[in-house]
Design a protein around this ligand. Sequence first.
Ligand code: ZN
Length: 341
Amino acid sequence: MKFILFFFIFYFIMIAMIIAMPLFLSFVCIATIVFILYKIYEIFYFKSDKFLSIKEEIKDYISDCNELNRHIEELKNTYAEFNQTDYGNANFIDNSRYQYKRKELSKFIKSQYTYNCSLTVCRNAQQQPFKYLCKYFNISINEDTLNEFETVFNNFSAAEQGKKLIKNKKYVILSGINNRIPFLIRTFSKKKLDKKLGFEEVDFKTVYFPKYTFRYISGGGNSSMKVDILLDLNNLERFINYLSENIKWRKSVAGQRALMTSSLREKIKKRDHFTCMQCGNSIEKEPNLLLEIDHIVPVSKGGLTAEDNLQTLCWKCNRKKGSKLQENNVKKQIKIANATE
Ligand SMILES: [Zn+2]
């Protein structure tokens, strides 16, 4: 009885497979053909005059977008430019026999962002991150450090805001030409459309926030643990507060000096009516305009983070000002070099 049942099931499955196989194969065939046809259509569309004329029309908006994108990438690099020490390269090779390999030892990383420490230090760093960050990563608590971190915070805030604005900008440009782009291209070739129009890829990740790690690896290499301190916008703002509170002599100039915080940034923008103090461009005229906070007298020349030394600039004017300063510095350095020769 059981044998007959088994036979029937087997028989049923075989029949089903014989019927389904050609169906499946023909489905795969049709899908492949459709895919290839679509790709050919796509190639021809992107070469057509119709598409090229649309591209030509919005060329300036796109290059503006790309320029902002590059500016944001530069802002993200602010922190990497501070205190770089090159200690050189070395390889770690574990020559132990297979059974004796200590897996955790391979996690021993040498980097200016990683501190290999004892378990106690690791645990304490978790309790008081800022204190241990300063102590073990040689961040001295003084006015210069405070200025540096304020600059980083100011630039990172602008970068994060810029990313949102660039998204809106792109959306406005694309919705302007939406009904002239064929439905299929709009739906199935979104990324390619961006690329063909000339948009550079915008990196929305936040991996550029500096991350400091305290890592404990046991001597035998059998266990390890780590504490990560991520300096994202929230932590940076708190770190600025921490630094400020721990600079003792600063009390004498308190009152003149403010701390660069997100609320101060907003306050200055509001005071300046969300208008660039250089070219007069404003949020009202250009809704997706990136506004930045600028020190009128630069910090490098003794300017303070005080309300009367801060102004609102659009990203383009701020950029021009920055490059002019750099140019002056280079000229100065050349002059000094010439004088000493
Ligand atoms: Zn401006």
